[in-house]
Design a protein around this ligand. Sequence first.
Ligand code: HEC
Length: 477
Amino acid sequence: MAMTSMRRAVWGLWFGLLAACGSTGGSGGESTSEVADGTCGIAGCDDSVTTTVATTGSGEGGSADSGSTGGAATSGLPCDVADVVERNCLLCHAPPDGLFGAPMSLASAADWQVPAITAPTNKVYELAAQRIDDPVSPMPQNMVMSDADKATLHAWFDAGAPADEGADCGDTTTGGDTDGGVGPDALPCEPTHTFVAGAGDGSGDAFHVPENGADNLYMCFTFASPFGTEVQGTAWAPITDDERVLHHWILFRTQEPQVDGGAGPCNMPSDAVFVSGWAPGGQNFVMPDDVGLELGGPDNYYILQVHYHNVAHHADALDRSGVAFCTTETPRAHTAGVLTFGTTSIDVPAGATGATATGHCPSSITSLLPVDLNVLASFPHMHGLGRQFDTTVTRAGQDLTLVDVPAFSFDNQVSYIHDPPFVLKAGDSITTTCTYDNPGGTPVHFGERTEDEMCFNFALMWPIEILPPQYRICMTD
Ligand code: HEC
């Protein structure tokens, strides 16, 4: 393809994001990415993320090595409420104690009447009434509850969240093992490499998630490359160990030396690239037979960033979560990597609500594509002021949604799987719109620091090999 035009699109680009990752809270890792993966965000996720199964008494939430997302049937809830809760809450608020950092179960009517853990002067249902409308950290996380579902809950909350012990809701469960096939054992191949959280002291022990001070904790676990040569990933699976406190993780790779087996606060190198990630509901990912994911080689280092919520102050939270890869040293016919969409022209005035930044990958550029590009996943990325994100593809006057995140939250960043892949065609124009609220007194612009903003969609696609690395950004303002 004619690279001069592609260069025009790349003009003004910025390549090399710094992750200004604080030690706790608020700031995660950022990356440019040559590689992204699929974790399945709950919203926008085309493969079905079922929420609940009909078994109670699933034992201690803590052992979690079964990888189960908790069998949860509701009890004592009115049927309309049970239906809403199962679909929107029980993935995380599963009995007996909640999963993935959710500090309590919401499965029984009694669960809603006890004092809230972080605000004991409120009952759980009173806090829930606030959190489902909270603009900054809404419940449920990672997905948008319909207005009808919200109205059902509010009506129930207004009445004091009464139990309906006689309720016979029939089979309201959404069926099946929520994890059907998630985890290394469910891979169609034998994993060759894992990157997991650890104590960081050379002992090989699990990471002890502190009982106190870990309400919102980012930890980075670092690794020297385990690869003797350049490899491709063929499939990978999340390892979800202590599901009581594990909230999400992202694996990055970098060229900057890291301590092998290290554990500490996150100081993400500026060249870090996104490799793969997981959030509740995330699935295994198997590449098409003729496509390999760029994973790097001996010169790389890897950083596993894990976000923990130990809001419930578990004293015995020991975690070995992370990711297992099947790899191949024999390159496959095609390579999957990331093409970045978005913009660096960001101007969010002080006090603004709903300020937008828009970036285009114009049809004048994509018309040069010699083949279709198969987009496997999108990883939207903004910083703390980001509220909404979408990427729209315009083809022959028609708008097609690539990804739409109406309730973006920095602490809940996930990638969105396109299954089947979204096929980008020559002549498409791709528009990414980021929406921000800025409660602060100073304007915010594009930048690398946590207090600056970003607006990128790191889209994983193949065959990325048709684009040399320097052309893997397509954005004009
Ligand atoms: C994808 C996981 C997930 C889903 C789905 C989810 N939550 Fe949560 N919830 C969490 C996490 C993690 C926390 C703790 C961190 C926080 O407060 O943001 C939490 C905290 C809460 C709290 C505050 C508890 C306290 O004591 O501070 C309430 C209330 C709540 N959730 C209600 C709900 C309701 C109601 C739903 C469904 C409509 C829901 N959540 C769906 C993960 C989830």
